[in-house]
Design a protein around this ligand. Sequence first.
Ligand code: CO
Length: 426
Amino acid sequence: MSKVEAEGTNGDKPAESTEKIAENIEKLNVENEEDDGEEEEVNGEGAAPSGEKKKKKKKKNNKKKKKTIVPITQIYPDEKYPEGEWQEYKDTNNFRTTNEEKRYLDRQDDSRWNDFRKGAEIHRRVRKHLNNVLQPGLTTTEIAETIENSVRTFMNEEDTKKAGIGFPTGVSLNHCAAHYTPNAGDKTVLKYEDVMKVDYGIHVNGYIVDCAFTKTFDPKYDTLLKAVKAATNTGIKEAGIDVRLTDIGEAIQETMESYEVELDGETYPVKCIRNLNGHNIAPYHIHGGKSVPIVKNGDETKMEEGEVFAIETFGSTGRGYVIPEGECSHYAKNVDAPHIPLRLNKAKTLLANIDKHFGTLPFCRRYLDRIGEDKYLFALNSLVKAGIVQDYPPLNDSRGSYTAQYEHTILLHPTQKEVVSRGEDY
Ligand SMILES: [Co+2]
């Protein structure tokens, strides 16, 4: 994996970086207070170190009360979470919108839909404030941890298999399109000219919301981002019950490839990364078995009533094809993992711990560190070799290229589709 190292940026000594993120989190908390001014003051477990907290508190006391991210149940005490954006099914399937039988069927699934909406609401709230926090000079570790700690505080659930983080926080940079999150010791620093794919997920009872955006600081990438955002929205618009997957891919490709971008005096066509796909989402299973292509690929499989899909598209100024490359951080236990006797004791206990904390939800090495696992790499690799755990290495396009991603989770209700993760931002 190609790392963007610290050299050349100012003020990114670890100490100052920590200071900076504490400041940012403080800012995030204060803004949170402005949004939800009617709520009680809660001294929740914010991510800011307590020393920093005290200092900043003093400074800002004259303006407004100190407030931190609060559990989402305090904001929605009735546990009914906001609906996403509704879109009618196309053509003859629009009869479903008002059909009584379909409406009855849909109500049978209310609690599942509400679980998705809870995750989506947390996703929106985290990303809303992320945009004020993200700035050049932060390490990718600080960024990922800010996201993860915010999710944990909003969710306020100890049992990570009941609800919480859905998969590792992707903060893939530039020609790396996906599946990069820092491992311990990674000192990568975000730079002004970087293109970062922020891909994180939240699950409630195994129902995972998978949603991503691209963060840039330099406006020269605006057209690239616009192309990918439009392509994802095309995919969402085309998706529906009985729609063939290849037709969605074809429509996405047409939108994406109608753009070209000029970067530093060179013009590039925007290409779809043809071996990256959207996917359906099954309980505790992020890649449920169906792939939503982002090019015309001939797959005539159809979407079905009640299914949930992650519609994600990737645009690139490179070759439009990724290869696995670099140090792996992402892993998940295979849903159909073979039951084979493990000779290594360390592998046995590691697997038991994975079962306990993640089940088949994807995890990364930092999450293993967090649950107290130590020197587990050999054991982890043996689980990969045994086919029990799957590794997901970083996926890179050609060096020097830039890749962007937008992603939403859509719920194919019997009546209409719901873009559950839609927000004001994207
Ligand atoms: Co996805």
